[in-house]
Design a protein around this ligand. Structure first.
Ligand code: FES
Length: 108
């Protein structure tokens, strides 16, 4: 089992705002292609994650089942955010995907 399951959103808004660029960064860092996995990472694209306004987005699940989100990452922070379990935003805030989703539901 891989340590991290990483899904790069390939929905319309994320596609238009850099999903393929993010995937290239991950491929370069890991040697993995979408749909492939090794002991560290299970990597693939996925459909819309529901956070289009914050695109491009990556969902990260660790081996304990914790799910985090990486929102609009700068290129140099993509791998750092993944290895942090998706708990880094560009502003440096630690986020919790579940509470954010609750906020999303309340606000929309
Ligand atoms: S298209 Fe990526 S979150 Fe909606």
């Amino acid at each position: 089992m891989s340590t991290y399951t990483v899904r790069v959103c390939n929905g319309g808004p994320c596609s238009r705002s850099g999903a393929k660029r993010l995937m290239r960064i991950i491929k370069k860092a890991t040697g993995l292609k979408p749909g492939k996995k090794d002991a560290t990472m299970d990597l693939d694209f996925c459909s819309c994650l529901g956070y289009c306004s914050m695109s491009p987005n990556i969902e990260v699940q660790d081996s304990d089942g914790n799910v985090g989100m990486v929102f609009t990452p700068e290129d140099e922070n993509v791998m750092k955010a993944i290895y942090a379990g998706g708990e880094i935003q560009e502003e440096g805030n630690v986020i919790d995907a579940d509470s954010l989703f609750d906020d999303f539901l309340v606000d929309n």
